[in-house]
Structures are given as C-alpha cells and as structure tokens.
Design a protein around this ligand. Sequence first.
Ligand code: RB5
Length: 152
Amino acid sequence: MKIVLANDHSAVDLKKEIKEYLEEKGYEVIDVGTNSTESCDYPVFGEKAGQMVASGQAERGILICGTGVGISLAANKVRGVRACVCSEPYSAKMSRLHNDTNILAFGARVVGPELAKMIVDEWLEAEFEGGRHKRRVDMITDIENRQERSGN
Ligand code: RB5
C-alpha cells in the first residue's frame, strides 16, 4: 500500500519517526514534506497529500501538524478526501470501519510517538464495513457533489 505523508514545521521529527515505522512494516511511503523546521503553511502540505489520495497516486494519507486540525481541514477541501483528526486509536479504527476515511491526521503537539504509532496501526489495519455505513458515506459525497453543481 502506498501512503503519502505530509506535515508542517511542527511535526518534522514525528513525521520522520512515523515514516521509518511504516517503511519497516513494508509500506511504500511518499513524503511530500516539509522536511524543514522553518515556519511554513500547513494548507500547502494538506492539499498536496489530499490531491495524491484523491487522484489515486496514494491509497492513504497521514498528515501531522501541531494539532492535526489545520492540515486535515485543508485536505478535506480536496474532492474525495475524508480526513479525520484522531488523538487515540479507538476513533482512528472506527473512522475506517464506519466512515471509510482515506486520510488520518494527528498533532505532534498532542500525541507522543508511541501513541501515534498505535493510532496509525489501528487505522491501517481496519477495513470499511460498508452496508448502512456506505449509505451514510455516500450522503457525504452527495453534499460535495451538490456544492459543486451549485457553484458554491
Ligand atoms: C503551527 O504553529 C500550527 O498552527 C499548526 O501546526 C497546526 O496546529 C494548525 O492547525
């Protein structure tokens, strides 16, 4: 599975640790940066990763900023992205089972590396359950489609 990783300046160290962790587990990782601790704008990186997932260049994405909030908001503006911020493994797992999330986000100023790895594991190992959950996820996609048609 190809996973795109993106982060801002607040999360360079945690991103590196997660990247190594994923590679050790055999995942193919595409790192779209940043790799600098100089202050930068998280929407740039959230959008890059979102586009890679939406276009199929990566199957999943993992985003890290200070809180995970800003970078996930940016990614969620890309059509087809379902990104969620998770600071614990339960929500990460459920976001796959029920919401078919394709991007996971968390905060380098919120979770430590070991908790982040648990969150990542639960999220990557859980499969979407479909059924009634598919109907609801389709309803989310419909909102996106209606917005696009109305030009809003
Ligand atoms: C950067 O200071 C910080 O605002 C950013 O990493 C993130 O937490 C935004 O949501």
